[in-house]
Design a protein around this ligand. Structure first.
Ligand SMILES: *Cc1c(COP(=O)(O)O)cnc(C)c1O
Length: 338
């Protein structure tokens, strides 16, 4: 159905629903639909599962998936569960401040351990050379007669990007059947959280391939605009070269709404957590503190500061991350707000 689509291993429950956020839409005088990609699965849910469908298929021949991320990485957790579902092993390189004092077994780490993943905690300086370290893990496996398959941080490369190409075909079909309340406009803006760039790259490629006319805006949750323009630009360029698709996409097509990293990656501000709480109460929608909570904070702040600047029809990608909320640290921060 989708031209040039590589093999895919079924992992995700698709299509994910679209949820109209009525009270938030009324308040901001825009129409906001939430694409519930947190519902791609329960323990394995979120955006990484869509990427892993293609990455796991590409890993045929390997017996071990090797990947990396922050200690509470959603991607590493999804990889550990996908490996188990495929009968493979997994080795996760997890970044932490002091590897001699590993973080507690909670949230995603609890699921990593339940899935039988091998966890290796590494320092920030070591994480900077993660590609080299993951290759070394594969060499080590090879010496034992095993075969590793390296998945980059976040599953963000040309293969993984297919997950969001497919998601856009899915979204386009859903939107065709959707009756918008705002009839006088036809603009559409897709807002997503950018962490390693693969989701943004897939959305851009998907919109171009599927012919969905949308403005695509990433809210970065770490680094800055220049970093994501470069990273997402690199992935879309690789994608076009690898699959022989001339889509004319590059750095120039990457739009990033910078300014909402706040206290830093995975660090929360009270106002971000207060919005997260309010949306659970007003819409029954649970966002995560690391990605979607910040992206939504960016969307709401922008819509309030500059009404109309994101258009009148918005699709917000809920990319998952629920287990990032289930840690003692986040519970302690949320406590006073409850
Ligand atoms: C990884 C992740 C993102 C960011 O996606 P990238 O493709 O890495 O940019 C957004 N939301 C959640 C919940 C994630 O786990």
């Amino acid at each position: 159905m989708i031209p040039c689509e590589p093999p895919r291993f079924h992992l995700a429950n698709l299509p994910t629903p679209l949820q109209y956020l009525q009270r938030l839409s009324d308040e901001l005088d825009v129409e906001i639909l939430c694409k519930r990609d947190d519902l791609t699965g329960s323990a394995i849910g979120g955006n990484k599962v869509r990427k892993l469908e293609y990455l796991v298929a590409d890993a045929s021949g390997a017996d071990t998936l090797v990947t990396c991320g922050g200690a509470q990485s959603n991607h590493c957790r999804a990889t550990a569960l996908a490996a188990a579902q495929r009968g493979l092993r997994s080795i996760l390189l997890l970044r932490t401040e002091d590897p001699s004092r590993p973080p507690p077994t909670e949230g995603n780490i609890l699921l990593d351990r339940l899935a039988g993943a091998e966890l290796r905690f590494i320092s920030r300086p070591d994480y900077a050379r993660r590609a080299e370290l993951m290759r070394a893990v594969c060499d080590e496996l090879a010496r034992g007669g095993r075969t590793g398959y390296v998945i980059p941080e976040g599953g963000s490369n040309a293969v993984g990007a297919w997950g969001y190409v497919r998601a856009i075909y899915e979204l386009k079909e859903q939107l065709a059947a959707w009756s918008w309340r705002t009839r006088d406009v036809d603009d559409l803006t897709i807002v997503y959280a950018a962490g390693s760039g693969g989701t943004g790259a897939g959305i851009l490629v998907g919109c171009r391939m599927a012919g969905l006319a949308a403005r695509v805006v990433g809210v970065n949750v770490c680094d800055d605009r220049a970093y994501f323009v470069r990273e997402i630009g690199r992935i879309v360029t690789d994608f076009q070269a690898r699959y022989g698709l001339e889509l004319g996409l590059g750095d120039k097509d990457v739009e990033i709404l910078d300014g909402f990293v706040g206290r830093g990656y995975a660090q929360s501000r009270p106002e971000e957590l207060a919005l997260l709480r309010d949306l659970v109460r007003s819409e029954g929608l649970v966002l995560d503190p690391v990605y979607t909570g910040k992206a939504m904070f960016g969307l709401v702040s922008e819509a309030r500061a500059r009404p109309g600047s994101l258009g009148r029809r918005i699709v917000f990608m809920h990319t998952g991350g629920i287990f990032g909320l289930m840690t003692a640290e986040k519970a302690a921060e949320l406590g006073p707000l409850l």
